[in-house]
Design a protein around this ligand. Structure first.
Ligand SMILES: Cc1cc2nc3c(=O)[nH]c(=O)nc-3n(C[C@H](O)[C@H](O)[C@H](O)COP(=O)(O)OP(=O)(O)OC[C@H]3O[C@@H](n4cnc5c(N)ncnc54)[C@H](O)[C@@H]3O)c2cc1C
Length: 468
């Protein structure tokens, strides 16, 4: 009997977690192929960084492959030599915030462990990019072709999209369009003047990286609202229970959450505990909102949600606060109104929210507007190929790929494809809160379950292999 094959495109957290969950839960023989150009699995965009200043943004005890394994990464980390060598990782409350690459290494080990543990499962990594879908086959950059019973797309984070005003300067030596590119910040010398577009988590990463390069020149970070990611809470705090509420609009949710923050404060609980509960219920809240309200949320509230929900590690926060106190990091609510080419430098004019203008001469302008999810389906050849054949379509919120409630992709006319899945943040228009762990971990486990259900049905119906 031929072995059933699942192909996973992308071996970041989502693809690696899906492979491990499939291996753990399949009772039948299964060949699981993860196609990923990076040398090791698990890293993806978030955890393959080698920058020592890039840390996970929640304590290690909250990073895991599934809800049942709470604390597994924390225990693993405390046995690694890095735990005692990296004193900065340790907080006064006993929590640890390891460098992000350590979580990537942990995942690669978990994948290798799963490959050994289940004799009926073959887990393999093909180090290549998937470049097209043609004639029921996946074409790879190394010339190989793959055929499978199920294809799962685990390709969440494209590089940041270049803001329109910067497009004419895309090749300018002062512009750093993708700060995730390995080594791209190495050219920045300590005295250089730098501006960063974006004030969220990617900006925090860049400021931390500049710190390790002893940068002390003038530094500006700006975004439309100038909001910085908030700090994580330290210490043990009781959980907060959200008062039940029959709420059907984004505005009512905002009012309800604000009232809950006030109520929590009366019980001496910080707002973070309220937001943590909103996050736990985030998928249910999101799915209860009609599309119009989801669009309102994206337009008016998303940037507020992001800075409160995606908080930063205390070590990174300390670097940002120190630079602000020293006066050589200025954070502005401003938009770029003019830009001009000065040879190796760029001159920008910023218009602040109160109408003032300020001009800056820059050695480097760094784009940290976050992954360009709104352009995901056009961001690379494989997704273009699937889109052109009408097999996938962008969702209506600009978050990624349109899927149904079981994470099957929807084709151009909105029909689900039982053999083509999306796992991870690219599916979040459907599910809502699906970016950080543990929601992405739970999603990977759910998709594994749906794939196995689908394969059992397929065998009962004698579906031909690779009929996507
Ligand atoms: C910079 C950053 C830091 C984060 N830090 C944290 C944190 O500290 N804590 C937390 O809880 N969450 C964090 N998150 C969020 C969360 O962990 C990520 O959303 C999660 O890791 C998503 O992983 P992924 O595998 O879906 O996507 P990605 O990391 O984008 O991985 C996708 C992979 O697919 C591969 N790929 C893409 N196209 C192809 C192709 N055509 N063929 C083959 N392979 C392909 C890429 O090489 C990549 O490795 C962070 C996210 C980012 C972006």
């Amino acid at each position: 009997m031929a072995t059933t094959q699942v192909i996973i495109v992308g071996g970041g957290f989502s693809g690696t977690a899906l492979a491990i969950h499939l291996a753990r839960t399949s009772s039948s023989r299964l060949l699981i192929t993860v196609v990923e150009p990076r040398a090791s699995l698990g890293g993806g965009v978030a955890y393959s960084t080698q920058e020592p200043a890039h840390r996970i943004n929640v304590p290690a005890s909250r990073m895991q492959l599934s809800g049942e394994e709470q604390g597994a990464f924390d225990r693993w980390y405390r046995q690694q030599p890095e735990c005692s060598l990296d004193s900065v990782a340790h907080c006064d409350d006993g929590s640890v915030y390891p460098q992000r690459s350590l979580f990537g290494r942990y995942l690669a080990e978990q994948f290798a462990g799963a490959a050994q543990a289940y004799p009926h499962i073959t887990l393999r990594h093909v180090q290549a990019s998937a470049v097209a879908w043609e004639g029921e086959q996946l074409l790879l950059s190394n010339g190989e072709t793959l055929q499978g019973d199920v294809l799962a797309l685990a390709i969440s984070h494209p590089p940041p999209s270049l803001p329109r005003a910067l497009q004419p300067f895309s090749a300018h030596p002062a512009l750093i369009a993708n700060p995730w590119q390995h080594g791209v910040l190495d050219a920045i010398v300590p005295e250089s003047s730098v501006a960063i577009i974006g004030t969220g988590l990617s900006m925090a990463d860049v400021v931390a990286s500049l710190g390790t390069r002893q940068h002390r020149g003038p530094l500006i970070a700006f975004s439309r609202r100038g909001q910085l990611s908030r700090d994580n809470l330290s210490g043990e705090w009781p959980e907060w229970t959200l008062a039940p509420q029959d709420v059907s609009s984004a505005r009512q949710w905002l009012q309800h959450i604000r009232a809950e923050v006030v109520r929590a404060a009366e019980h001496n609980l910080p707002w973070q505990r309220v937001l943590d509960q909103v996050r736990v219920q985030g998928q249910a809240i999101w799915q209860s909102l009609p599309l119009r309200e989801q669009q309102r949320f994206v337009r008016h509230l998303r940037s507020w949600w992001d800075v409160h929900r995606y908080r930063i590690a205390p070590q990174v926060s300390a670097v940002i606060n120190a630079r602000r106190q020293q006066g050589n990091l200025k954070v502005l609510a401003a938009r770029l109104s003019e830009i001009s080419d000065l040879g190796n430098q760029l001159q920008i004019t910023l218009r602040t929210r109160d109408g003032a203008s300020e001009a800056h001469r820059l050695d480097h302008l760094i784009v940290t507007t976050g992954p360009g999810h709104e352009a995901l389906t056009a961001s690379q050849p494989l997704l273009q190929s699937l889109s052109q054949q009408g097999l996938i379509r962008a969702d209506r919120l600009g978050f990624g790929i349109d899927v149904d409630s079981q994470s099957h992709t929807l084709n151009l006319s909105g029909q689900p494809n039982a053999r083509l899945f999306v796992v991870g943040p690219a599916a979040r228009a459907r599910f809502g809160e699906l970016m950080g762990l543990p929601q992405v971990a739970d999603h990977a486990a759910d998709v594994a379950k749906h794939i196995l259900q689908e394969l059992q049905i397929a065998h009962a119906e004698r579906c031909p292999p690779s009929a996507l």
